[in-house]
Design a protein around this ligand. Structure first.
Ligand SMILES: Cc1ncc(COP(=O)(O)O)c(C=O)c1O
Length: 397
C-alpha cells in the first residue's frame, strides 16, 4: 500500500556501518534502520546466533514454556532493575501492553474510567490506541474517533502535571519517552524525570517510560531514563533489542508486574526462540565489546563537530540529544535533506533522517567508531551548510 514516501534506493547488503545498493553504490549508515541495527549490518556473532537458532527452533508458541524467553526476561530484569517481562513483536505492541497494564491497574483499584497522562509531540505507534496516545495531529488525522482516557501535557512542565493531579482523580499513569524521538530528539530533563517519579510515588500512579527508540544502549546507558537515576514502573522496548529481528517487550516492576493474569494479554509470535536468541546475542555483544561507552564517546565526538561547525551558523536553532541519538534543529523545513545526503559525494552517500520537518536526526549503530562518526558528522555539516546557504532567507540563530 502507499504508506511510505520511500527514498529511491534499494539497499542490497551491509557490513558494519556501511551499506551498498543494488548498483554497488556505497552509503555510510547514520540511521541504523531507525535505531534498530544496534550491531550494524552483518555482525558475525549475531548472524551466527540467528543461523544456529534457526537450525534448532524458530517458533513453538506460548502454549509451551520458552527457555530463551525466560533467559532474556532475566537479563532484561537484571539490566533494568525491574521484575517481569511480556514479549511481543514491535514498539506499538509493547506500548499497547503498557496502556492495558495502566488501565487494569486503575480498574483493580476501583477507578472505572482510568486516564493516562501523555505528551505533546510524543510518538508511541500507529495502532488506534497508541496513535491516540501520540501527540501529533498528523498521526491522528483521518483515524478519529480517538481512544479516550488520555490527558495531554507539554514536556518538562511539572506544573502542568501537578495541575492534572489536583483536577483529575482518574489518573493512573504518566506515559512518556525519556527522549522523544519522532518528536525531534527532545529529552525529558533529568530533574523532570526525578520529579515525575516522586509525583507518581505520592499519587500511586505508574511511571511508564517508552524506551523503544532511546533504549538499548543508544544514549550510553542501557536505558535513557537511567541518566536520571530513577526506575520506571513500566518500560516498553523494541527496535534495537534484537539487532534487527522484530521483537518488542514490556518490562514491569512492583504492582505493575502482577497486573496481568492468564488470559489478559497475549500474542502468537511474541517471545519466540529466534527473536529471543537474537536479543540475547545483541545484549552480549554490547557487553563484551563495551558498546555503551562507545555510544557515549562516539556521540560526543559527533557533537563536538556539530558544536564547532554548526552552532553559530544562521538557520541552526539547536543541537541536542545524547550518545548516538542526536538532532540538529533548523529554522526552516528541511525534509529534502535525506535525499540530498544519498548523493553526498562521488565515493559514498549518507543515510540520515529528518523528523518534525526541521530536525536532522542521527541514530547510527552502536558499533560506529569515532573515525566513522567523524566522517558522518563532517558529511552532515556539509549537507546542512549547503542546504541553508541555498535557502532564501535563513533566520538568524
Ligand atoms: C518512542 C517510540 N515508541 C513506539 C514506536 C513504535 O514502534 P513500532 O514502529 O515498532 O511499532 C516508535 C517508532 O518509531 C517510537 O519511536
Amino acid at each position: 500500500m502507499n504508506t511510505y514516501a520511500n527514498l529511491p534506493v534499494y539497499l542490497a547488503r551491509g557490513e558494519g556501518v556501511w551499506l551498498w545498493d543494488e548498483d554497488g553504490r556505497k552509503y555510510l549508515d547514520g540511521l541504523a534502520g531507525i535505531a534498530v541495527n544496534t550491531l550494524g549490518h552483518n555482525h558475525p556473532r549475531l548472524v551466527a546466533a540467528i543461523a544456529d537458532q534457526a537450525s534448532k527452533l524458530i517458533h513453538t508458541s506460548n502454549v509451551y514454556k520458552v527457555r530463551l524467553q525466560e533467559t532474556l526476561a532475566d537479563k532484561l530484569a537484571a539490566l533494568s532493575g525491574m521484575d517481569k517481562v511480556f514479549f511481543c513483536n514491535s514498539g506499538l505492541e509493547a506500548n499497547e501492553a503498557a496502556l492495558k497494564i495502566a488501565r487494569k491497574y486503575g480498574h483493580d483499584r476501583g477507578i472505572s474510567n482510568p486516564e493516562i497522562i501523555v505528551y505533546d509531540n510524543a510518538f508511541h505507534g500507529r495502532s488506534i490506541a497508541t496513535l491516540s496516545a501520540t501527540g501529533n495531529a498528523k498521526v491522528h488525522k483521518g483515524f478519529e474517533p480517538l481512544v479516550q482516557g488520555f490527558v495531554r501535557v507539554p514536556l518538562n512542565d511539572l506544573a502542568a502535571v501537578e495541575k492534572v493531579a489536583i483536577e483529575n482523580p482518574n489518573v493512573v499513569a504518566v506515559f512518556l519517552e525519556a527522549i522523544q524521538g519522532e518528536g525531534g530528539i527532545a529529552p525529558a530533563r533529568v530533574e523532570y524525570l526525578k520529579a515525575l517519579r516522586a509525583l507518581c510515588d505520592a499519587r500511586g500512579w505508574l511511571l511508564m517510560i517508552d524506551e523503544v527508540q532511546c533504549g538499548i544502549g543508544r544514549t550510553g546507558k542501557w536505558f535513557a531514563h537511567q541518566w536520571a537515576g530513577i526506575l520506571p514502573d513500566v518500560m516498553p522496548l523494541a527496535k534495537g533489542l534484537a539487532g534487527g529481528v522484530p521483537i518488542g517487550a514490556v518490562v514491569a516492576r512492583g504492582a505493575a508486574a502482577s497486573v496481568f493474569g492468564p488470559g489478559n494479554h497475549g500474542t502468537t509470535f511474541g517471545g519466540n526462540p529466534l527473536a529471543c536468541r537474537a536479543a540475547l546475542e545483541t545484549i552480549a555483544v554490547i557487553e563484551d565489546d563495551g558498546l555503551l561507552a562507545n555510544a557515549e564517546q562516539t556521540g560526543q565526538a559527533m557533537r563536538a563537530v556539530f558544536s564547532r561547525e554548526l552552532s553559530s551558523v544562521a538557520g541552526i536553532l539547536d543541537i541536542r540529544g545524547r550518545g548516538l541519538m542526536l538532532g540538529i534543529e533548523l529554522a526552516c523545513p528541511c525534509a529534502e535533506i535525506p535525499k540530498r545526503a544519498l548523493a553526498y559525494s562521488k565515493e559514498y552517500g549518507l543515510l540520515i533522517n529528518v523528523t518534525q520537518d526541521r530536525v536532522v536526526r542521527l541514530l547510527p549503530s552502536l558499533v560506529m567508531n569515532v573515525e566513522e562518526a567523524t566522517l558522518l558528522a563532517d558529511g552532515v555539516v556539509t549537507i546542512v551548510r549547503d542546504f541553508l546557504s541555498q535557502q532564501a532567507e535563513p533566520k538568524a540563530a
